[in-house]
Structures are given as C-alpha cells and as structure tokens.
Design a binder for this molecule. Structure first.
Ligand SMILES: C[S@@+](CC[C@H](N)C(=O)[O-])C[C@H]1O[C@@H](n2cnc3c(N)ncnc32)[C@H](O)[C@@H]1O
Length: 282
C-alpha cells in the first residue's frame, strides 16, 4: 500500500469526526454532534445519551437536529457541502475507503464544520449504525452503477437496499440519487414505479437550462462531486431522482423487477450495438 494512503489511514484514526465500524451508535447521533461541537477530543460512544425523541418533549424537539446521510460518499462533497449550507442539520458521509473519507473529514476539520462526520464501513451493514426514524434524508451520489444484470442486487437503489434504508429513515423520508449512468437512472425509475413509491423529481439532464430555471431546481443539486467531474459514463449528462420511501416493498415483486430489467437492459444493449453498426447478438 502506498505511503500516502497509510498516512491518511493513520490520520482518520485520530479524527473525532471519523468513526470506523463504530459499535453502539444507533440513537446517539444527536448527542455525538453535540460533543463534536464542544470540541470534545475524546468522545466515548458508550457515554453518549440515546436520542430521547420518543419522549417528544418541547425541549427535546428543539435539541434534535435532522440527520442526513450521504451513501457511497467518497470524498464527501455532499456531506461537507450540505454541512456548509445547513448549519441546523447534521450530516454523515458513509464509505468503505478511508483515504477518500480522509479528504472530506480533513476539510470539515479545517473549516470547523461541527455538523459533518463520516463512518467508514460497508453499506450492507448500514442498519447497524442508525436507529428507527433517526435519519431524515439520504443522498446517494454517483454510486457504482453495477451495470451487469447479475449485479443488479448490488445497485444502491435496488429494493434490497431500500428495505435497509427503511429501517432507519423517518416515515416518508426522502432519497436523492445523482448519477451519470442512464442505466441506473432508468433502473431506479422502474423500481419507484413498480413499488408505487412517490416520485418527487426525475430529470435526465439536471443541468439543462430549462430545469435549472424551473421551480423544481434544488440548490443542493449544485454541489459537485469528484466522480461527477469524471463523466465516466460519457453521457455528458447528470441524472437526478428524488423520491419518498413511503410504501412497503414486498419481496415478491423483486422477481418481477428482475424480469422487467432483463427485458429493457438487454434491449438497450441491442439498440446500442445497432447504433454502432454492429450486429446484435441473439
Ligand atoms: C464511484 S465512487 C463515488 C464517490 C463519490 N460519491 C463521488 O461522487 O465522487 C463510489 C463510492 O462507493 C464506495 N463504495 C462502493 N461499494 C461500497 C460498499 N459496499 N460500502 C461502502 N462504500 C462503497 C466506494 O468506495 C466509492 O468511494
């Protein structure tokens, strides 16, 4: 492993705003951010108070700040950018790669953003870190599109993942997806339609003048991530979807989803082969 990576891994171990595979965090995020704001350099998860939201006292309600999660955050441009925009909310970026998290965490430290923190872990384990109704919104920013049909279950908007998010997202909580992958965009719209979720916005060209000048434009979308700049899908477009996770997601429909995408994703391949003047494989 490179020297630079080792230095970053060592650095995040010392950062108070980075938690690596933390144990015992569900329900404690509000208290954690209160300690971070006090510049506590030795936060002990065991000593943090569990969120008392269920008591519903007026005092408690004002002390609770909405918690927003950025999944597959990489360098955490959204966690940091939103943290700057909304001082009255808390933001957690989650990713597996410590050297990427280091970037966002270092910027948050440098700029004194006490409402931004990071968790280094696997997204598959995300339910271990948040309690029921603890998260208000989720941003999924340029996740790996997992283009192969056999990998569809690894897409972060597959119902398998949405069911995990439902375990800690407030009722009717919102999910945002930003992607440069037309395939992931279409897939996510299919999931929303099949499961009857409430679609708030879907736009296949986020930065088109018409959309940016429309009332649907959301200033939060102007934050740019590292991968966004790479244009890996060569689509020269950024797709954006905002929807509510407001319905049950029956497992029985997963097979139907599989059939639907098998049809349109194969068709897409045939069409793109045809466009390129090649013969589609039967
Ligand atoms: C294409 S990058 C996007 C990073 C960032 N959101 C951006 O737009 O620049 C995808 C990110 O997902 C993370 N990732 C992929 N699979 C993951 C998993 N199972 N658990 C946690 N993070 C994962 C990778 O480490 C990587 O940082």
């Amino acid at each position: 492993m490179g020297q630079k990576k080792l230095i970053k891994f060592a650095a995040i171990k010392e950062y108070e705003n980075v938690l690596e595979y933390p144990q015992g965090m569900p329900g404690k995020w509000n208290a954690f951010f209160q300690e971070l704001a006090k510049d506590n350099l030795n936060i002990s998860i065991d000593d943090l108070a569990i969120n008392q939201a269920e008591k519903n006292s007026a005092e408690n309600a004002t002390a609770q700040k909405p918690l927003v999660l950025e999944l597959a955050c990489g360098r955490g441009e959204y966690a940091v950018g939103l943290g700057r925009m909304f001082a009255s909310q808390n933001f957690v970026g989650l990713d597996l790669k410590g050297n990427r998290i280091w970037k966002g965490a270092s910027i948050a430290n440098r700029d004194g953003l006490k409402n931004v923190a990071f968790v280094r872990t696997q997204i598959d384990q995300v339910t271990q870190y948040f309690s029921k109704d603890e998260v208000s919104e989720i941003w999924i920013t340029f996740p790996d599109p997992q283009l192969r049909l056999s990998k569809a279950k690894k897409r972060l908007t597959h119902p398998k993942f949405l069911r995990l998010y439902q375990q800690f997202l407030k009722p009717g909580g919102i999910v945002h997806l930003k992607t440069d992958s037309p395939n992931l965009y279409q897939f996510t719209k299919t999931v929303i339609e099949l499961f009857g979720l409430s679609l708030i916005t879907s736009i296949d060209d986020l930065y088109s003048t018409a959309f940016m000048q429309s009332e649907k434009w959301d200033e939060r979308c102007s934050i740019k991530t590292y991968y966004e700049g790479l244009n890996i899908a060569s689509s020269n477009r950024i797709h954006y979807i905002q929807f509510k996770l407001d319905k049950e997601l029956p497992v029985e429909l997963d097979e139907k989803l599989k059939d639907i995408i098998a049809e349109f994703e194969v068709t897409e391949t045939h069409e793109s082969l045809a466009r390129n003047g090649k013969q589609a494989m039967e």
